[in-house]
Design a protein around this ligand. Sequence first.
Ligand code: COA
Length: 300
Amino acid sequence: MESPTHDCDTSMGHRHGWALRIAVACLATAVTLICRVRHDFGMSSLATYELEGHVATITYNRPDSLNAVNAEMRRDLNEAFARFRDDQDAWVGIVTGAGKAFCSGADIRAGIGSTGEFAGTFWEKPTVNSFESGWEIFKPVIAAVNGYCLGYGLTLVTWCDFVIASEDAEFGFPEVRLGVPAMVGAIRLPQRINWQYAMEMILTGERVGAARAKEIGLAGWVVPHDQLMNEARALADRLLAAAPLAARASKEVAVRTQSLSPVEAIRFAETMRIVATATEDAKEGLRAAGEGRAPRWQAR
Ligand code: COA
């Protein structure tokens, strides 16, 4: 017959065993979560970068000023976009804003400092010095527009591949009302939407709401405000079904061939086809199709 002491010892042993198992399980969950959602704690907080699975979310994070872009924000945004471009685990990007605005444009209280400082004189300065001014990032980017989207904010949106607008979103280029032109916006908006609607926005400086933005082709979708990020994530998940490098090759061909003659466009696209078909993922795609299973992409 087992003594009570023995019983007691045994139950203590069980308790310790369970405590250990629970501790291990908690640790494993924490590690999984940390691996799944990667925050960059080192980066200044004016533009945050968060990776969940293969989806990176970049968030304008200066809500008290409606995410107006000052020199510090410019630096942080550039860091976040460079990080997204270079992060091999980031296959799709979502850009959104903290608080009630997406981005209210240049910081009108910062004066000339709102674009930040770049090395060199005017003649040497690269004018393509940010994502919105045209950095080439061939990973798909979704703008999840949660509120005011003005000036620089709208310029950035016109460089995104997809625009999902909350019902609360408002879009505009107010520059002319401040006495200055909307330069990159003036280049890009007429490439995105019908000429007269682009001119209406650029030359009046008036804002349009989400429904009108969809009507003129500026926004692809309008969704209830509280569903915005779910919808953006759902679109990102659909994009993850594509082989990442095949998607990037497709986007690069779409971007570059805009300004090429038909023959050069075909030559470039066919060359890219050969390059992209030589990837491991292209082999995996064919293998998976032959075996009737879902492909496992590696972005290689
Ligand atoms: N630069 C600097 N600060 C800005 C800003 C900007 N572009 N947009 C908003 N803010 C600040 C406001 O000054 C205010 O700060 P405060 O609380 O310290 O006074 C705060 O953000 C909230 O803005 P507020 O104007 O009170 O909000 P609203 O809902 O009444 O109006 C806007 C929202 C976007 C219509 C209005 O803020 C606005 O017109 N902003 C300027 C937009 C602009 O011209 N951008 C430049 C493009 S080139």
